[in-house]
Write a protein that binds this ligand. Structure first.
Ligand SMILES: Nc1ncnc2c1ncn2[C@@H]1O[C@H](COP(=O)(O)OP(=O)(O)OP(=O)(O)O)[C@@H](O)[C@H]1O
Ligand SMILES: [Mg+2]
Length: 240
């Protein structure tokens, strides 16, 4: 479904990606893991059209996404939920969802998709008239995910969905990911929480210094003591 080939990205003199290649097949959950600054967000932001590639190719179903503005990438079915739970704190939950729906669909479909997404997140249905600012970290992450899903993506790009969440809220996010796949969404997942990410993923890629240094089946990567221990070392804590 998604093919990334020799992707290069620079910010001025900083060469953030130095030739990243990866594949995601339809229906897969693929984890992209690596330390701070490895290039995980740069990879995602370039796929979604937020950042421009200096070189390389990104193809969805064989057609290039390179150079498309992000709203056109969304229309091709690729939706990113960026790092940091970007929601509108001053708007209600319903307004947050309707704005995201309106950007992707016509009015009739907007309401259909709102209903579909509220079915996945009953917690949001109970809080439709509350403001974004009233949500806990975990609830805000659920709203950010719902805003992404309301665009009805075929490929969902999740950047650090568990970052900064309490263990229970992180658990809820990781429990949701396989359910999203069951509903027909293909997922590329960026996480520093290596164990949890590989536990839900089919395959993984390890990024270091803007390059893929290791890839394989999630189970095999999980069994790689050195990999897991080095990241647990960096991370310092584990989500139970
Ligand atoms: N807008 C920017 N301007 C300049 N340098 C940037 C910018 N965004 C990222 N970088 C640099 O590019 C490199 C890759 O950053 P990126 O954000 O892609 O990494 P990451 O793996 O997502 O890290 P993190 O785990 O901290 O989110 C880093 O050296 C970072 O400092
Ligand atoms: Mg990042």
């Amino acid at each position: 479904m998604l093919e990334v080939r020799d992707l290069r990205v620079s910010y001025g003199r900083i060469r953030a990606l130095q030739g990243v290649s990866l594949d995601v097949a339809e229906g897969e959950i693929v984890a992209l893991i690596g330390a701070n600054g490895a290039g995980k967000s740069s990879t995602m932001n370039t796929i979604s059209g937020v950042v421009r590639a200096a070189a390389g190719e990104i193809r969805l179903d064989g057609e290039s996404l390179v150079g498309l503005p992000s709203h056109r990438v969304v229309r091709r079915g690729v939706v990113q939920v960026p790092e940091g739970r970007l929601i509108f704190a001053g708007l209600t939950i319903e307004e947050n969802l309707r704005l995201a729906a309106a950007a992707a669909h016509d009015r009739r479909r907007e309401t259909e998709e709102l209903e579909r997404v509220l079915g996945l997140f009953p917690m949001l249905r109970d809080r439709l008239t509350e403001r974004g600012s009233s949500l806990s970290g975990g609830q805000a992450q659920m709203l950010a995910l719902a805003r992404g899903l309301i665009a009805a993506p075929r490929l969902l790009l999740l950047d650090e969905p568990s970052l900064g969440l309490a263990p229970l809220a992180a658990r809820e996010v990781f429990d949701l990911i396989p359910r999203l796949r069951e509903s027909g969404v293909t997922i590329l997942l960026v996480e520093q929480n290596v164990r949890q990410a590989l536990a839900v993923a089919d395959r993984g890629y390890v990024l270091e210094g803007g390059r893929v240094t290791l890839d394989g089946d999630a189970g095999a990567l999980l069994g790689d003591e050195l990999l897991v221990s080095s990241y647990l070392g960096i991370q310092g804590k584990e989500v139970a």
